[in-house]
Design a protein around this ligand. Structure first.
Ligand code: ADP
Length: 161
């Protein structure tokens, strides 16, 4: 069984991430979506919320698991028998960042390959940070994120008031 790990912040998961998950499943038997926990990073949503949103959003999709980890993705992949790390590429600036990441990961363990999927036209402008900003300004994000994300964001917005 070929397992791939898709690590990221997913703060929150977007239709761009979902597209990458579905396409990765055409190449791998199982995809583990790995929610990163970095104490130096400020997140909009807790790790539990991010995991819950992904689980809900992937409900109808077979062979997807969701987990969280506060260590290196390469180490997690090794522990779970994965052969590859999935990442997505949108703009050129993504490439620079991913290149550095890939080089560092190769240094840690060259057996775990990084596999990149190019963003599709219709989702290439979507980022989690843009979603959070658009939502804060009252823009309708229905077409950009899965329904469970909107549900939680609205709940949290209501609780703030
Ligand atoms: P990180 O903070 O680790 O970059 P993200 O949740 O922002 O985590 O993204 C995880 C991965 O998904 C990254 O490789 C990112 O480039 C990719 N990604 C994010 N949004 C999209 C999108 N709309 N289309 C394709 N790939 C995407």
């Amino acid at each position: 069984m070929k397992i791939a790990v898709y690590p990221g912040s997913f703060d929150p998961i977007t239709n761009g991430h979902l597209d990458i998950i579905k396409r990765a499943l055409k190449c791998f038997d199982k995809v583990i979506v790995l929610v990163g926990v970095n104490p130096d990073k400020k997140y909009h949503n807790s790790v539990e919320e991010r995991v819950a949103m992904i689980k809900e959003s992937c409900k109808g999709i077979k062979n997807v698991e969701v987990d969280s980890y506060d260590g290196l993705s390469v180490e997690y992949s090794k522990k779970h028998g994965a052969v590859a790390l999935i990442r997505g590429l949108r703009v050129v600036s993504d490439f620079e960042y991913e290149w550095q990441l890939a080089t560092a990961n190769e240094y840690i363990d060259s057996e775990i390959d990084m596999v990149f999927f190019m963003a599709r036209n219709e989702t290439s402008f979507i980022s989690s940070s843009a979603i959070n900003e658009l939502f804060e300004h009252g823009v309708d994000i229905k077409k950009l994120v899965p329904a469970p994300v909107i549900k939680l964001m609205k709940q949290k917005q209501k609780a703030k008031k």
